[in-house]
Design a protein around this ligand. Structure first.
Ligand code: EPZ
Length: 430
């Protein structure tokens, strides 16, 4: 098992290039199979989840040609199988996007039921509600979702819960259904808009993505497209909080500042100086930061995927802060690891009270999930001494060249795979 070993205490300074958005790319790769023509997708993040999704797509017979780390050609015309095996779903839940894509194009699909994960039970009832509203028969049999329809037809659907996954999955299924579909109480995340724009680039007719109501006029077929994924606002925010935690001066490049509004607002609240450019944002943190109150909400509210990152910064801020996690029921596990570094935190239900401390002390910690893992690395970078982060496979699922990007702005962090390498690092930095 690999670990990150970190020598903290240095301010992060410099510029870092942000990769394509993982959560847009996963859905767009699935949607790419909805045409029998060839689709070229650019600005893919080179992360493990993308590789698994491409395996799942070629696993059902689509033609996948990886041109380089960030570009792929996909042709869905060679698909022979409509069954997504549990092995893929176990690796990444988002392979359930193939359900909406296959149902939309072929009116049938079988996908293994995704389990829960470290941040919550993560039901998919709203996905199934949407497919049924479009006229599909959806049954759960032997751990599989079996969906089939004689005739997919437009519907008027109101989601009970604002769900990124359900919004995207049902939007794909509706893109080729007969007639008009109106979806209300939908997610408005930038990656929802990116998927709608991608489908429209293939000839779909989707209006209103990014607002509370999406209207879709089904089309009979979709055609080829060349499309570039939007930048990853969560990766960008992660590096912005790394700058804040280490009293650094970091500029994130190739971002869409508008997507970072809630993050920028909170960074300003706690005392960071922010400079916005057309496609970059600079974060400067000089003295000790201030406490604040945070509640995670669907976009454009403060993102749940940025909750661990601000949690680490608030644990070192001056004063008492509170975080309310309103999206997932189990997204505070990283706080137990942070307490082992000296943080003073009390969790009650979906709310955490954080008493800022002057500093952490380095120790061995474990990444409980993707975003929390990245946040714990930020904690290590903010701490004098050496911190070892286990289970970094989670981080590698969603952050491209994470340690290299941190090294490029002065982070002393290395990926190691043995106690011997850890000792070698400790000797080198002491
Ligand atoms: C997407 O997950 C992201 N994953 C998550 O990012 C992100 O945290 C989440 O959206 C919220 O922004 C991908 O895009 C691959 P939801 P998703 O459906 O779609 C409940 C990361 O770190 N719900 O918006 O699964 C659900 O339990 C990952 O990159 C239902 O009740 O999230 C949750 O409480 C972690 N029924 C809330 O809605 C449903 O049918 C929001 O979940 C679906 C969801």
């Amino acid at each position: 098992m690999e670990q990150y070993v970190i020598k903290g205490g240095n301010p992060l300074v410099g510029e870092v290039e942000i990769s394509g958005a993982k959560n847009a790319a996963l859905a767009i790769l699935a949607a790419a199979i909805m045409t029998d023509e060839t689709v070229l997708i650019d600005n893919l993040p080179d992360v493990n989840d993308i590789n698994v999704m491409l395996e799942a797509i070629s696993g059902i017979g689509a033609t996948v040609q990886r041109l380089d780390r960030h570009r792929v050609k996909i042709n869905g015309g060679t698909i022979t199988d409509f069954n997504i095996e549990y092995d893929y779903i176990k690796k990444i839940r988002a392979s359930y996007y193939l359900l909406g894509a296959l149902l939309g194009k072929y009116s049938k699909a079988e996908v293994a039921l995704p389990g829960g994960c470290n941040i919550g039970s993560r039901p998919i009832d709203q996905h199934l509600k949407g497919f049924r509203a479009l006229g599909a028969d959806v049954d759960i049999e032997h751990g599989k979702i079996v969906a089939e329809s004689e005739h997919m037809r437009g519907t008027h659907l109101y989601f009970d819960v604002v769900s990124v996954g359900a919004t995207i999955n049902v939007m794909m299924a509706a893109a080729m259904a007969d007639g008009l579909t109106i979806m209300e109480n939908v997610a408005k995340e930038p990656h929802v808009v990116d998927v709608a724009n991608f489908l429209n680039s293939m000839g779909a007719n989707i209006r209103g993505a990014g607002t509370d109501v999406i209207k879709i006029r089904g089309v009979h077929s979709l055609h080829k497209s060349e499309y570039s994924i939007i930048p990853d606002q969560i990766e960008a925010g992660t590096f912005m909080f790394a700058a804040a935690a280490t009293k650094g001066d970091v500029t994130v490049l190739n971002v869409i500042p508008k997507h970072l509004d809630a993050t920028i607002s909170k960074l300003k609240d706690i005392g960071c100086e922010i400079e916005e450019f057309d496609d970059a944002v600079r974060v400067v943190a000089k003295g000790r930061l201030r406490s604040t109150q945070v509640k995670t909400l669907p976009y454009p509210g403060y993102p749940t995927d940025m909750q661990p990152q601000i949690g680490v910064v608030l644990a070192l801020a001056n004063g008492t802060s509170t975080i309310t996690e309103s999206i997932f029921e189990n997204r505070f596990k990283y706080l137990d690891e942070l307490a082992r570094m000296g943080a003073v935190i009390k969790v009650e239900g979906n709310s955490a009270t954080i008493e800022g401390v002057e500093k952490f002390s380095g120790t061995r910690i474990s990444a409980p999930d993707l975003r929390a893992g990245a946040a714990l690395c930020i904690a290590g970078l903010a701490t004098d001494g050496v911190t070892i982060v286990d289970d970094i496979k989670y981080i590698q699922r969603g952050y491209e060249r994470f340690e290299e990007k941190l090294q490029s702005i002065g982070g002393i962090i290395e990926k190691v795979a043995s106690e011997k390498e850890i000792q070698k690092f400790v000797l080198k930095v002491s």
